[in-house]
Every structure is written in C-alpha cells, then in structure tokens.
Write a protein that binds this ligand. Structure first.
Ligand code: PGA
Length: 264
C-alpha cells in the first residue's frame, strides 16, 4: 500500500488526475471505476483541464460508477448520474454508450439488476483503475460498516451518519434516500489498481483506521489492505491520525528511486 501525502486538497486532485491520465495514455481503452462526492471534484477538474490543454482522450475508455441513490432518476439534480454528467462527462469526450452508472430509478428485481451490473463490468474486461473516496465511517462506495468484505453490487441500507453527511447536497427539507445501489467490497477489490483519495480533518480517523487499523468489516476501507496495488492520496489534514507518516514519505522517496513505474 502506497501512502502519498500532499500539502493540500488541490494537490490531491492533481496527483490523482496525473495517474488517471497516465493510465489512459498507456491504454486508451482503460476501464475506469469512478466515484462521486466532494473529494474527487478536484481530480475531475484537472482531468477536464488536461482534456482541453493536451487533448487527453476519453473516447475509447469505459467507466463504471460505484453507486447511485435508490429512488433518484438520472435527471434528478441530486442523483450521481447528474453529478457525473455535470461535473465530468459533459466536459470531456467520453462516449455515452461506454458510461455505466447504477440506475437508482430501478424498482423491480434488484438482485437481478445488480448481477447484470457485475456482468457488465466483467464483460468490459474488469476495472483497470478504481477511484475511491472514503466516508467518515470508513465506507467505500456505499459499503456501510459491517458490509461483507466479499460483497458484490447490491442494494445497501444507508446509515444515519451517511444520510446526515450527504444532506448538504440536497435542498433543505428534501427527502434523503435511505438506500443505494453500490458496488460491493469484493467488486472493488477485483479492480487491478485502486486510488483512494481523502482530504480534510473529518476523514483523519477513518483514514488512520483504514491504513493502520485491523482489517474489519466495521471499517470497509480497511479491506483495501488485502489488495496488492492500492495508493492512498491524502492531504495533511486527512493524514493527521497516521502514526507512520515519516515512513510513508521515505517509502515514496525510495519508490521514486527504485521502482518509479509504480508511481505512473
Ligand atoms: P465526500 O464523500 O467526498 O463527499 O466526502 C466521500 C464518501 O462518502 O465516499
């Protein structure tokens, strides 16, 4: 597990975008796992800027988003469909038929729908690079505490804490969805490479548990310790609870010296 410490949230976004761009240049047909929320916004802004300034090409790439609120139609301004289109897809040259986001308006056989999402990921060849944020409760995607570490895409009940955290995205008085469709932890762990981003003091405790705590379903992100190619990109505030910060900096310097390909 690589831990990349950055001075600011802006630098976190820039570093994540640099890695996404280099994966895309190496393989224009990359399958990207994408995330919503405030944390990856800086990364999307940087990718849009790279698209405009250097022609970074998304036309052959495929994407699978982590999750969507149950009950929100794609044109609902609070939906993750809307978020992705307004903050990213409408500003780059992603092909519409290569974009996949779980359908929150789906109302019938959820498990058949979720199995179909899993099949679509498999038939695209699996996810090459998965982007994640982390919740204050350690969730990745909407895999709330006590999610099975082997879980697959499914309907998940949101905790009160997550509902409270995400209230800021909804108009005052709006009903907040109580469930979501989310890729599972097992789905995420199948990705070939994982980047997880965190910024701000409110994430310090969950970041410390994810990186230095025991692997536990109480902290979904701790399951990433089982994956051979995970990079945490975090700012100073989010790194606050880590006890081994100096060592992580040394690992990064030595990685640059001996195995720089790991950082591209
Ligand atoms: P945030 O959400 O980026 O809006 O903080 C992260 C998450 O809950 O995964």
């Amino acid at each position: 597990m690589l831990v990349v410490l950055k001075e600011s949230a802006k630098e976190v976004g820039r570093e994540a975008a640099r890695i996404v761009a280099s994966s895309l240049r190496a393989n224009p047909k990359s399958v990207l796992g994408l995330a919503t929320g405030s944390t990856p916004l800086g990364m999307y802004e940087e990718l849009i800027a790279l698209h405009k300034s250097t022609g970074l090409d998304f036309s052959q790439a495929t994407s699978f988003n982590l999750d969507e609120y149950l009950g929100l139609a794609p044109d609902d301004p609070q939906s993750f469909h809307y978020f992705m289109h307004s903050n990213f897809f409408s500003k780059v040259n992603f092909a519409a038929d290569k974009i996949h986001i779980p359908d929150g308006a789906f109302r019938k056989d959820y498990s058949a729908y979720c199995e179909q999402y899993e099949r679509a990921i498999r038939s695209a060849g699996g996810i090459d690079l998965q982007i994640l944020g982390i919740g204050r409760n350690g969730h990745i995607g909407f895999n709330e505490p006590n999610s099975s570490l082997a879980s697959r895409t499914r309907l998940k009940e949101l905790t009160q804490e997550t509902i409270e955290d995400n209230k800021r995205f909804f108009p005052q008085g709006a009903e907040i969805p109580e469930c979501a469709i989310t890729m599972g932890i097992g789905t995420i762990l199948d990705a070939r490479r994982i980047l997880i981003l965190a910024t701000g003091k409110s994430k310090a405790a969950s970041v410390a548990k994810a990186i230095e705590g025991p692997i536990s379903s109480s902290v979904s992100a701790s399951a990433l310790q089982l994956h051979p190619d995970v990079t945490f990109i975090i700012d100073e505030d989010a790194a606050y609870g880590l006890t081994q910060r100096d060592y992580y900096r040394r690992v990064l310097e030595l990685t640059k010296k001996y195995t720089p390909e790991k950082l591209t």
